[in-house]
Design a protein around this ligand. Structure first.
Ligand SMILES: [Zn+2]
Length: 339
């Protein structure tokens, strides 16, 4: 049943409410704070949802723009009835979160993800009174619908380098299944990382095939690219750079063969930089310090997650890139407007 809109509180009542505040005890103050926080949260998400309904007045069922107000849903969202097909809808209909009742808590998860220090799913679940699986599912939904993180056009002075991320099979059942039924489930291809760390099994020196390469590109206009690539071979790096780097760009790299080949093939100016003192900057302008700084921020961002499962790495890279570019409100708006 539709909820009736509460009548606005008049000024006199509001003043008497404020006069009562100094007489509240500690528990009542806590209750009051948590209630006002809940209301504030609900209002914020409602205003975003209603804003979407205002911007896009077309019926999600038939596209007709003529509609009339048709009460509110249980969660307070304005419902409309289309004058063409007579079906009802709200600003949430057809969005990825139309099945989520607590859109206010969903907005809190978005806010946390785009804050300075995102909390773990467990901590969020505890503070919002949801399960950690719900928070995880919402987080993945946000990352899938919030849009791409990497830019697609790089020009001017372009810095290219790569970093690595350990392969992770977090959450995989393959080891348990292998123990239960070795004939049906083969042994996983490597030991768990802690086994190498304990020293029981010797780890190969240098980069093994379990270090996933991530290609990083930046330019001086602030464009950034961070994507996983299959390997560091010349054809793979060539295929990754060709669509995004302008052919008149000046390339700054650490001098890996693939970059030298790419710049020669496209007739680009190529500066090879090193981390050794005196060779970090060429002609006072060409360096790879932006890309190195991006790597250190990436490492810092990833540290609390203790190596996310590799199947979700793409979404984590997107999250990392979008964090500095989007406000939580803009991210929520993007989730609402994605199909
Ligand atoms: Zn319609």
């Amino acid at each position: 049943m539709a909820k009736a809109t509460p009548a606005p509180v008049n000024q006199h009542l509001f003043r008497s409410l404020l006069d009562q505040l100094p007489h509240l005890n500690a528990n009542q103050i806590e209750d009051l704070l948590s209630s006002t926080m809940d209301i504030r949260r609900a209002r914020a998400s409602l205003s975003e949802i209603e804003g979407r309904a205002e911007r896009d007045s077309a019926c999600p069922h038939c596209g007709n723009c003529r509609r009339q107000k048709w009460g509110q849903t249980r969660t307070g969202v304005q419902r409309f009835r289309c004058s063409g097909c007579l079906k009802t809808y709200t600003g949430l209909t057809g969005t990825p979160i139309c099945g989520i009742h607590r859109h206010d808590l969903f907005l809190e998860v978005v806010r946390d993800m785009f804050s300075d220090r995102p909390r773990s799913c467990r901590k969020m679940a505890f503070s919002l009174g949801k399960t950690k699986d719900t928070i995880w599912r919402w987080r993945m939904l946000i990352l899938e619908t919030v849009g791409h993180g990497s830019d697609t056009k790089f020009s001017g002075i372009v810095e290219v380098d790569e970093t690595h991320q350990r392969e992770s099979r977090k959450g995989s059942r393959e080891r348990v299944l292998h123990r239960q039924n070795p004939s049906l489930y083969p042994r996983p291809p490597r030991h768990q990382w802690y086994v190498y760390k304990s020293g029981r099994v010797k780890m190969k020196r240098g980069l093994s095939r379990w270090q996933l390469p991530l290609l990083t590109i930046t330019d001086r206009s602030g464009h950034r690219f961070l994507e996983r690539i299959k390997n560091r071979s010349i054809p793979v790096i060539d295929a990754a750079l060709s669509p995004v780097v302008a052919t008149d760009a000046v390339l700054c790299t650490d001098g890996a063969a693939a970059y030298a080949r790419f710049s020669t093939r496209n007739g680009m100016v190529h500066h090879v930089l090193s981390n050794k003192p005196g060779q970090r900057v060429v002609e006072k302008a060409f360096h790879i310090q932006n890309v190195n700084s991006l790597h250190s921020r990436y490492d810092e961002f990833m540290r609390p997650f203790k190596g996310p499962a590799s199947k979700y790495l793409k979404l984590y890279l997107r999250w990392f890139l979008l964090r500095s570019r989007l406000s939580s409100e803009e991210a929520f708006r993007r989730v609402l407007s994605s199909k």
